[in-house]
Ligand binder design. Structure first.
Ligand code: ADP
Ligand code: ZN
Ligand code: ZN
Length: 735
């Protein structure tokens, strides 16, 4: 007998066995692997994905049902993709079926048949026929195809009949498959010597990797280039070589908002190549379309956020992870994977080079570069001739107090920029108008009833009163009360300052200046972020106010001043990664200043001017700071000197969660070099009316931790009471 093990889109961890006909089995079952199948499930039928093939099943053969149909309308998911998902599921302790299905576009998991014409590049075989004008669709299709070959999917949207006509023409031999167009590389700036050396190293690896799947010599590359050093240009040069070799390139960025500009760069540089985006901002049809193009090999470049790492790409030749240090590469729900770490695995498994780029590499990556596991490629100066790294100064708030959150030297520096017609950026990583509303008479504070957090005050655009109170954790919203709900005092006050309030202070201080706030609230509608960022790039803005959304990646040519006004909180965090994150954030946001010819200036307001972190930022000395942090982490036995996994448990009552954690800690499973710490309530203990606690497992050895988890997780499945929800996060970034 022969069996397929199938993942079904159900909230169940296991795979389901179905018997396969000998024709479908092939020599070893591989004929069905990676294919969508229709199988009976209960009284209905379901669409699933064949993940494994086995000659034996552990189930009673008499009760195993046969596969109803194998769908062959798309190529099967390739073995390398199945290996990636198997690794991912194993490493992150997630059920394989759930992992695989989560990686697929929703519309691909249906029985809908896809016409292979969709991803075939079509062209007229002879001259395009002429159709009478009234045959509008045919006339249009004929003309479009006559201009240049087109993918069926690009024509399909024109009319419900489009695919039908294409099929007709194809059957009649009028159109056929067009060869891929020759690579066109538009004019590119000459790389400077440091950029050229970095590109050459990766290109050499491309050449060795060629034809040696799956065992080429391999080290990941860490492109450590200061802000404005022209890392994008290196990616473009290396990608050109991958495309030249007929391979696909996968480019990962941390944020959706960085995709439009990068797409534009790639499309301009490679006008004949197919560049597609994959991120959560696409609707299901767009996602399916781009994903299918990647999967069938029609797309040459896939540019996307973390989920794009799981895209099947049959001709994959290069992976780039831009801003590799960014925490956004970590998926925070469901399967909690790190797209950066998966990129490294995937590149190795498929024997292609991977290039991790950053001005402030993650300490993990830096440690690998120190030990020689990664090859470090450095760019130490800015790319634009004469552009310098900005001058960074601190403003000691103990000496120079702030007025409306901003100290006098910052107000003056912004004024000077206005007079010179240059742009300023005021950075404040806190959304809303004010972080809390409170009553001075009775000490009432605006607290979320569902979470251990305050409700944040949000004003309506341009308004100084009213608005709403919002929980940034659970989304709860309510109207701002007119008087204290406890004592009736009408003089309730907003304490502290978020970007909205800062924006209104700035607008008041500089009447006539064009002030633009960019944060998650001002960009919540589709297309809004792109529109606002275009205004900023287009020079239509004098003063930008914003959160970390503005800090990453953007290349504002006329921006010469960055002011960071409230950053000290991170210095007091209980999370050992807080200072690494703050350092990266400050270096990144500082890096927005002075990227072209005009020199940049950065002002940081703080009450702790002597803190070594700020000294490192002033000196722009990543290496010194990283070495200090690494030494501290080794001494304390923390990552990257150790490996961690977090068991998190949620329940209605904290005690229930803690009790299960305690049981899990005392379950008697062989720990083998793994330390289990005491269960503790999470910082944000209550979220959406559930109470949360966690327990850390830690080991100096990654294999030891992995081995322990593979014993422990089955115990958790078997022993978790119905009253709790739990998950394990491997390599957690937030403690
Ligand atoms: P990074 O990503 O390293 O911060 P970018 O890739 O945004 O830097 O590049 C910064 C600026 O330098 C961009 O305006 C880019 O066009 C320019 N640039 C890059 N390489 C060169 C080069 N070789 N010569 C001149 N300008 C360059
Ligand atoms: Zn009160
Ligand atoms: Zn809440």
């Amino acid at each position: 007998m022969a069996f397929f093990r199938v993942a079904l889109d159900l909230p169940l961890p296991e795979l389901f066995d179905y018997s396969a006909g000998m024709a479908d089995w092939g020599a070893d079952g591989s004929a069905g692997l990676g294919r969508r199948v229709i199988v009976p499930f209960g009284r209905k039928s379901s669409v699933g994905l064949v993940l494994e093939a086995t000659p034996e099943s552990t189930f009673d053969p008499a009760r195993i049902k046969p596969v109803r149909e194998i769908l062959r309308d798309t190529p099967p998911l390739p073995p390398a993709w199945l290996e990636l998902l198997r690794f991912c599921a194993g490493y992150y302790q997630h059920p394989l079926g759930a992992a695989a299905l989560a990686a697929l576009p929703a519309k691909f998991k249906t029985a809908q048949a896809f016409d292979p014409l969709l991803w075939t590049r079509l062209q007229w075989i002879g001259a395009a026929p002429e159709y009478p004008k009234r045959e509008r669709v045919k006339t249009m299709l004929a003309a479009t195809l006559a201009q240049a070959p087109q993918f069926g999917c690009d024509l399909a949207g024109a009319s419900p009949k489009a695919l039908h006509y294409l099929a007709e023409w194809r059957a009649a031999g009028l159109i056929g498959e067009a060869p891929a167009p020759a690579l066109v590389v538009a004019d590119a700036p000459q790389l400077n010597p440091e950029q050229a050396a970095a590109a050459a190293a990766v290109i050499a690896a491309l050449a060795t990797a060629e034809g040696k799947q799956p065992a080429a010599p391999y080290t990941p590359f860490l492109l450590h280039g200061v802000t404005g050093s022209g890392k994008t240009e290196v990616y473009l040069h290396v990608a050109a070589q991958a495309l030249q070799r007929g391979r696909q390139a996968l480019i990962l960025v941390p944020e959706i908002n960085l995709t439009p500009r990068l797409l534009e760069h790639f499309r301009t540089r490679f006008p004949a190549s197919r560049v597609v985006a994959l991120h959560s901002g696409l609707n299901e049809s767009e996602r399916l379309h781009n994903w299918l193009l990647a999967h069938t090999g029609g797309a040459d470049i896939v540019l996307g956020t973390r989920l794009a790492i799981l895209t099947p790409m049959p001709r994959l030749g290069l992976i780039v992870v831009d801003e590799e240090h960014d925490p956004s590469f970590k998926q925070q729900e469901g399967m909690r994977y790190s797209a950066r770490d998966l990129a490294v695995f995937r590149a190795k498994n498929e024997a292609v080079p991977v290039l991790l780029g950053s001005a402030t590499p993650a300490l993990e990556s830096y440690a690998h570069a120190q030990s020689g596991r990664y090859t470090r490629l450095a760019i130490n100066s800015r790319a634009v001739p004469d552009a310098m790294l900005p001058k960074v100064s601190l403003i000691d708030l103990n000496v120079t107090p702030a007025e409306n959150g901003v100290a006098a030297p910052v107000w003056a520096a912004v004024q000077a920029r206005l007079e010179r017609g240059e742009q300023s950026l005021v950075f404040l990583n806190r959304r809303g108008f004010a972080p809390v509303l409170s009553c001075p008479a009775c000490a009432w504070v605006s607290a979320c009833l569902r979470c251990t957090s305050y409700l944040v005050l949000h004003r309506r655009r341009g308004m100084q009163t009213g608005g709403k109170l919002v929980c940034h954790h659970c989304g709860w919203e309510e109207k701002v009360p007119e008087a204290c709900p406890t004592c009736g005092n009408i003089d309730i006050r907003a304490y502290g300052q978020g970007t909205q309030r800062l924006e209104s202070h700035i607008a008041e201080a500089y009447p006539g200046a064009r002030v633009l706030r960019i944060d998650r609230d001002s960009t919540s509608r589709k297309g809004e972020a792109e529109a606002l960022l275009n205004q900023a790039h287009g020079g239509e803005v004098d003063i930008l106010v914003g959160t970390q959304m503005l800090a990453k990646g953007h290349d504002f040519k006329n921006l010469t001043l960055v002011a960071a006004v409230n950053v000290d909180a991170a210095l007091f965090s209980s999370d050992f990664r807080a200072s690494e994150r703050l350092f990266a954030q400050l270096m990144q946001v500082a890096g927005r200043a002075g990227r072209a010819e005009k020199p940049g200036e950065v002002l940081i307001q703080t009450r702790k001017p002597d803190h070594p972190l700020f000294q490192a930022v002033i000196a722009a000395d990543y290496d010194r700071f990283a070495k200090t942090l690494l030494a501290e982490r080794s001494a304390a036995g923390l990552p990257p000197a150790a490996f961690q996994a977090m068991l998190r448990v949620e329940a209605v009552k904290l005690d229930t969660a803690l009790a299960f954690l305690k049981a899990a800690a005392e379950c008697g499973i062989e720990q083998g070099g793994v330390t289990l710490y005491d269960p503790v309530p999470m910082n944000l203990t209550r979220l959406m009316n559930v109470e949360r606690a966690q327990l850390m497992a830690e080991s100096p050895s990654r294999p030891a931790l992995q081995a322990f988890l593979s014993r422990w997780v089955p115990w958790l499945y078997a022993n978790a009471p119905r009253s709790v929800r739990w998950h394990v996060e491997v390599d957690p970034l937030e403690i």
